[in-house]
Design a protein around this ligand. Structure first.
Ligand SMILES: Nc1ncnc2c1ncn2[C@@H]1O[C@H](COP(=O)(O)OP(=O)(O)OP(=O)(O)O)[C@@H](O)[C@H]1O
Ligand SMILES: [Mg+2]
Length: 328
């Protein structure tokens, strides 16, 4: 069966007065129906850019999709008209942004905001949409009677629950969750993630979960893709990445898996910084920080190697088979 979502060699650039930012450089990945893919990587790796591209919500200018394709349910999203995209957004694909306040309208009652999204996508009466909105509120653990309140009357965790209710109100086939809990305190974080998990199972929604937090990935995802400087360096099942990490970048990242209680922004086990995306290095983008880099890594772009079914890595050490690297 075809995957629900397929990114094929997707490239995105931001054309700014300070230079061209090569934000996403030829990434390919697949998400099947109902599954959760964790998209991880340091700040600036291109995760949000990739997610915004899927919804065609890149700020343009300066952002442009310059290559590749995005296929959803077998059709290219890049060929859709703006009107068709509006029907897809919030309907079949929805996104949870990092900061709940930017996603909510401060002057509209919470229940009404959920009903609006439902009305936009489903041909039902206003009364019916309002009834379903209150049902959604209850589903995310907020009493229906609070639907008549405004966002400022809600706590941060409750606002994020409302955002989740809006995102899932039309039972989307795909949810893009960009750091959905970063703005929340840790106890609420776990609850909100649990809620997303439960709703996802109930509605059979596939999810791309963008996060810095590998502990969260371990608990919620079945597949993982690791981004670095706009490329996917390694991807595979949770076990492939946690037990059999191959790419030196992934190995570095996964050496210290933070617990949910730790400040995930402190996660920086590998010395050095990501390269300037307006002047990316030749060869492997990770070579300046890689403990194994040799002369070839400075000039040759590593191809994608499949180490085992579904376990892909982009590193010259694994070219021509995994044994070579293990022998060293
Ligand atoms: N509107 C923009 N104009 C110019 N450059 C941008 C714009 N948005 C993002 N970028 C650049 O594109 C690159 C990728 O950014 P992106 O926000 O996708 O990274 P990210 O992986 O989501 O990072 P974070 O973990 O911090 O959210 C970065 O170098 C960033 O500075
Ligand atoms: Mg981001």
């Amino acid at each position: 069966m075809e995957p629900l979502l397929e990114l094929k060699d997707l490239s995105v650039k931001y054309f700014t007065s300070d230079g061209t930012v090569e934000a996403v450089n030829g990434i390919s990945l697949q998400v099947d129906r109902g599954e959760t893919l964790g998209l991880v990587g340091e700040t600036g790796a291109g995760k949000t850019t990739a997610a915004l591209s899927i919804l065609r919500l890149l700020p343009d200018p300066p952002g442009k999709i310059v290559g590749g394709d995005i296929r959803f349910q077998g059709e290219s999203l890049l060929e859709k008209t703006e009107k068709e995209m509006r029907a897809i957004r919030g309907g079949q694909i929805s996104m949870i942004f990092q900061d709940p306040m930017t996603a909510l309208n401060p002057v509209i009652r919470v229940g009404e905001q959920i009903a609006e999204v439902i009305l936009l996508h489903d041909k039902i009466s206003k009364a019916e949409a309002e009834r379903r909105a209150l049902e959604m509120l209850e589903l995310v653990g907020i009493p229906a009677e609070r639907g008549s309140e405004y966002p400022h009357q809600f706590s941060g965790g409750m606002k994020q629950r409302v955002v989740i209710a809006i995102a899932l109100a039309c039972s989307p086939a795909l949810l893009l969750a960009d750091e959905p809990t970063t703005a929340l305190d840790v106890t609420i974080q776990a609850q909100v993630l649990e809620l997303i998990n439960q709703l996802q199972e109930k509605l059979h929604t596939a999810t791309i979960l963008i996060t810095h937090d590998l502990g969260v990935v371990a608990e919620t995802c079945s597949k993982v893709a690791v981004m670095y400087a706009g490329e996917i360096m390694e991807s595979g099942s949770l076990a492939d990445l946690f037990d059999r990490a191959a790419h030196p970048y992934t190995v570095g990242l996964f050496q210290s898996i933070p617990s949910l209680e730790e400040d995930v922004d402190l996660l920086r086990p590998i010395p050095g910084l990501m390269p300037d995306p307006t002047a990316l290095p030749q060869g492997c983008k990770f070579h300046p920080r890689c403990p194994y880099a040799d002369e070839r890594c400075r000039t040759v772009q590593p191809p994608v190697e499949e180490l085992s079914p579904g376990h892909l890595v982009k590193c010259l050490r694994f070219c021509g088979g995994a044994e070579q690297a293990q022998e060293e």
